[in-house]
Design a binder for this molecule. Structure first.
Ligand SMILES: [Zn+2]
Ligand SMILES: [Zn+2]
Length: 66
């Protein structure tokens, strides 16, 4: 996660998606019905890592859309 080149390649990937940035933001902000945290707090396997340096107390390991 360093350098501008990473960001610009990410941007170009996002531009290729059939999805706007707004839709992506809505997607990542959708809440988990297991622990109540946003999808963005969960890792790629669905495990919740908590927010603001606080670990998730529910032990959620699978994101389920509310
Ligand atoms: Zn959580
Ligand atoms: Zn969760």
């Amino acid at each position: 996660m360093s350098g501008k080149s990473n960001h610009s390649s990410l941007n170009s990937k996002i531009e290729k998606l059939d999805m706007s940035m707004k839709e992506l933001v809505v997607f990542f902000r959708s809440k988990c019905s297991v622990c109540g945290h946003q999808r963005i707090a969960h890792d790629e396997h669905g495990k919740c890592e908590g927010v603001m340096n606080k670990p998730c107390s529910s032990g959620c390991d699978s994101f389920i859309l509310e």
